[in-house]
Design a protein around this ligand. Structure first.
Ligand SMILES: [Zn+2]
Length: 315
């Protein structure tokens, strides 16, 4: 790859509505076909990590998606892998792979763990099942080096979450500036604010660094996420906020429906603040164009891996 090339991998985790809170699948049945229309209009290909259950319930939507997009595994039923035995993980992942392959007629060899939670057994299972790459690690940055200082904020937030009686959060300046443009902090309780910011700033809280090292020595290629869905959904999102040449962003189809219709979100106030539903669908066009205008080429995860040294190479 030359230095000038910039790649954007847009990925979707296709699953029941807002796990673990939702049970139904309107994100898949209603939103995903509309998302596919937008992606068709923009002529871009994406990577979708699909649960086996989504494909069982809505095979036609997943089959349509597979004609242009890369379909990979997100376990059978959005399972919490690091609370399961190795045999249970094997059952969930192999069942998902089987269902997706039978629905799409294509080989499944890429993986993303639900909630980005997994352990060493997961890596062994993936190897035993012939998987070639994983994308379950979210780098501890929001957008890139520009906001890398978020790391420092995490510790304070964690303390606040564990001990909500503490004084107000001390935000890092750049974080505070960005967030203050998009939502009213005054309406949040301290505890909600702590939970919210902890949620968006501590992506890898479940991943121990030795697990990361284990992936690197396993032969599985790791493609880390570095752009959280919440950032792609911010009303003020603009591609100029991105300062990395290789970007892996992710979204979920359920972010494009009116969740309030399907889930009692009382207490999950974050969805009153975030940009979601039909409005996000309308914004998707404009966001893709803004990313293209910054010189990014949209590629699937496998396309990127092939362009950057192949499945054997660790980067
Ligand atoms: Zn998921």
């Amino acid at each position: 790859m030359s230095n000038q090339e910039k790649f954007f991998m847009l990925t979707f985790d296709v699953e029941k509505n807002f796990p673990p809170h939702g049970k139904s699948y309107e994100g898949v049945s209603e939103a995903l076909p509309k998302i596919l229309d937008v992606l068709d209009d923009e002529g871009i290909r994406t990577t979708m990590f699909v649960t086996g259950r989504s494909a069982e319930l809505h095979p036609d939507v997943i089959r349509r998606a597979s004609k242009k997009h890369e379909i990979q595994c997100h376990t059978y039923n959005h399972d919490i892998l690091d609370s399961m035995t190795k045999d249970e993980q094997m059952a969930s992942i192999s069942k998902c792979k089987e269902i997706l392959e039978s629905v799409t007629g294509k080989e499944v060899y890429g993986f993303r763990a639900p909630y980005l939670r997994f352990n060493r057994d997961t890596i062994e299972v993936l190897k035993e099942l012939g998987f070639k790459y994983d994308s379950s690690i979210l780098r501890r940055t929001l957008i890139g080096h520009g906001l890398n200082a978020i790391k420092k904020v995490n510790k304070e937030l964690l303390e606040l979450v564990l001990n909500p009686g503490e004084e107000l959060i001390k935000f890092h300046k750049s974080m505070a500036e960005m967030i203050s443009k998009t939502m009213s902090l005054r309406k949040m309780t301290k505890k909600d604010a702590a939970r919210f910011f902890y949620y968006i700033t501590s992506p890898s809280q479940f991943i121990e660094s030795r697990t990361e090292n284990a992936i690197e020595s396993s032969g599985l290629r790791e493609v880390k996420i570095n752009l959280r869905s919440i950032i792609l959904r911010l009303p003020t999102f603009n591609a100029s906020m991105i300062d990395e040449d290789v970007v892996v962003g992710y979204l979920h189809p359920w972010e494009f429906i009116d969740l309030k219709k399907y889930i009692d979100i009382t207490g999950l106030l974050m969805f009153n603040w975030l940009f979601s539903g039909e409005r996000l669908l309308n914004a998707l066009h404009e966001r893709i164009r803004s990313i293209k205008a910054r010189g990014y080429k949209f590629v699937t995860m496998s396309e990127y891996i092939e362009l950057s040294g192949g499945f054997e190479k660790q980067i």
